[in-house]
Design a protein around this ligand. Structure first.
Ligand SMILES: [Zn+2]
Length: 79
């Protein structure tokens, strides 16, 4: 086995490359949130995306900023 660290888990032929994109999140209640200029890793063959902890933090804080209380609300479900 000779797996490069940046080899894609999905297609096993592509390599992950760092790309800076506008990341599109679909929230559990159907709303959407775009986080601009997030650097993530994306496979150059199949397009599978990996968020590292830094990227997910940026996206989470943007969602929290755009929809204040979103994460709190999704924890306590009441009708
Ligand atoms: Zn791939």
């Amino acid at each position: 086995m000779n797996i490069r660290p940046s080899q894609c888990f999905e297609c096993e032929t592509g390599t992950y490359k760092y790309v800076t994109i506008n990341y599109f999140s679909e929230l559990s209640d159907g709303r959407t949130c775009i986080t601009k200029d997030v650097t993530i890793q994306r496979c150059d063959t199949c397009g599978a995306e990996i968020l590292d902890s830094k990227a997910s933090k940026i996206i989470e804080s943007n969602i929290e900023h755009t929809f204040p209380g979103y994460y709190e609300r999704s924890h306590s479900r009441r009708n």
